[in-house]
Design a binder for this molecule. Structure first.
Ligand code: FES
Length: 153
């Protein structure tokens, strides 16, 4: 959406807040997770694994999870993406860790955006990568063993 010069001036002068403007910049939480992302890496012999996104165009995430007693015991990721994608993926790992499989499956990109304290609207789609990766890793976990009961406890 095009913005009038007066709107930008008001933002830079502090007359309106970033949230009033529509989150055009990254807040402190997002910047902190981008600069120091949590749970980056891979898990040896993961219970669930997924790669989602487009390896050719560059935005993708690789997700590994460990499941213990029906809960997400570990969730690690590697990714190629923008700062919003890296930060929201880091936040998603923190949100999912310790949750039951059912709770983890119910997480949405909106949950991630809320936990991030908001992200620029044009970056909202970036928060989908981690959630899609998590869901596919959980599906992979279910597919590996008939004893993995869907829905968890
Ligand atoms: Fe492509 Fe954020 S991951 S713009």
């Amino acid at each position: 959406m095009a913005r009038a010069a007066d709107d930008w001036r008001a933002l830079y002068q502090g007359d309106i807040t970033d949230s009033e403007f529509g989150y055009i910049s990254y807040n402190e939480t997002v910047m902190e997770h981008f600069m120091s992302p949590r749970n980056v890496g891979l898990i040896e012999e993961p219970d669930g694994h997924a790669i989602v996104g487009d390896l050719n165009c560059g935005d993708y995430i690789e997700v590994c999870i460990k499941v213990e007693e029906g809960r997400v015991a570990d969730f690690k990721f590697l990714m190629s993406g923008c700062p919003a994608a890296i930060a929201t993926s880091s936040i998603a790992t923190e949100l999912a860790m310790g949750k039951t499989i059912r709770e983890a499956m119910a997480l949405t990109d909106n949950d991630v955006i809320l936990a991030a304290g908001g992200i620029p609207a044009r970056k909202a789609h970036c928060s989908l990568l981690a959630i899609r990766g998590l869901r596919q890793a959980i599906q992979d976990y279910f597919s590996k063993s008939p004893h993995n009961v869907k829905g968890g406890s």
